[in-house]
Write a protein that binds this ligand. Structure first.
Ligand code: BDR
Ligand code: CA
Length: 313
């Protein structure tokens, strides 16, 4: 099978960075048409800088990187420096990027790419708030039918919220955008906290990154070292959850994951539960399924794949 053409839409973020590195290390499986950046973990100026820092760390300076939306559709931006640090990539000491941002807006790149490529051949991989994707769908509704699949990190059901008691960060930051995407009719695969909290960087897994003894291996070990303190304190867990790499690992090895085709709706009205993913896991409504909601993963298989791929960079 030829490599899947994807656009990574992202707000790096240490876990976004690992997701991007995994994709960059896997050209036989993944063809990255471009990386589009959005405000989320940190403001847009930093996410669009961090994406380029990661490409340069991997020695892949030809990947086009675009800046997109700086603010959610209808709300003030909420960021997550309390998790990711001031830069969004705290941990390793990485140089400022030399590669430029592309001219033009990320949203236009998404629209033009979907129109230019054969229908159904482009997969969108959102790793942050869904502002860029929803804006593209609103601006050019013709592209929705051209999307092959959307594989996104966001939401939660059994794990409920990590930014409010009810909501996961990516969906909470821009619930209106998430609502547009989940109602779009495009095929969606969701990596919620229910699965991402099962891929934890334990000490042994972190040691395996460090033992690669490469700039990438060392940086990933340092990033996950930094990123783990938040989840260890909050959940008492064994290490940093690799949320966003679930998306790129799924592209390479979907057999590692399992879930259910269910209906997922987004709460956009109640301040109390704003951004909640109301997931009909038990099929208690007659609402039509609109997403494959992942619930389980072979974590050892996931880390074996990730470490083997990172070793190539
Ligand atoms: C998601 O929010 C961000 O902090 C992470 O990068 C991930 O995309 C997890 O809730
Ligand atoms: Ca992210």
């Amino acid at each position: 099978m030829s490599a899947r053409k994807i656009i990574i839409d992202t707000d790096p973020g240490q876990d976004d960075a690992v997701a991007i590195l995994l994709a960059l290390a896997s050209p036989e499986d993944i063809d990255i048409l471009g990386i589009t950046c959005v405000a989320g973990n940190v403001p847009l100026a930093l996410t669009s800088k961090n994406a380029r820092i990661i490409c340069e760390l991997a020695g892949k300076i030809d990947v086009p990187v675009y800046a997109g939306c700086a603010h959610p559709l209808g709300r003030a931006l909420v960021t997550a420096e309390h998790v990711h640090g001031k830069t969004g990539l705290n941990g390793p000491d990485l140089p400022d990027p030399k590669m430029p941002l592309q001219d033009g807006h990320a949203v236009d790149f998404i629209i033009e790419t979907l129109r230019a490529q054969e229908t159904g051949t482009v997969t969108l991989c959102p790793l942050g708030p869904l502002t860029n994707i929803a804006t593209a769908f609103e601006k050019a509704p013709d592209i929705i039918a051209r999307v092959g699949e959307i594989i996104l990190m966001g939401g939660a059901y059994f794990e409920v919220g990590n930014i409010t008691p009810a909501a996961e960060f990516n969906i909470y930051v821009d619930p209106q955008a998430a609502d547009i995407v989940f109602k779009s009719g495009a095929p969606i695969v969701v990596m919620p906290l229910d699965v991402t909290h099962k891929v934890l960087v334990t000490k042994a897994r972190n040691d395996a990154f460090r033992a690669l003894n490469t700039p990438v291996g060392t940086a990933v070990a340092q990033m996950t070292d930094f990123f783990e303190r938040f989840d260890k304190e909050k959940y008492g867990s064994d290490g940093a959850p690799l949320h966003d790499p679930c998306v790129t690992a799924y592209l390479i090895a979907p057999q590692l994951f399992s879930g259910r085709q269910i209906n997922v709706e987004i709460e956009t009205a109640s301040e109390l539960t704003m951004g909640m993913t109301v997931a009909d896991w038990w099929g208690v409504t007659d609402r039509a399924p609109n997403a494959l909601f992942i619930g389980d993963v072979d974590a050892d298989g996931f880390f074996a794949l990730l470490t083997e791929r990172l070793a190539r960079l």
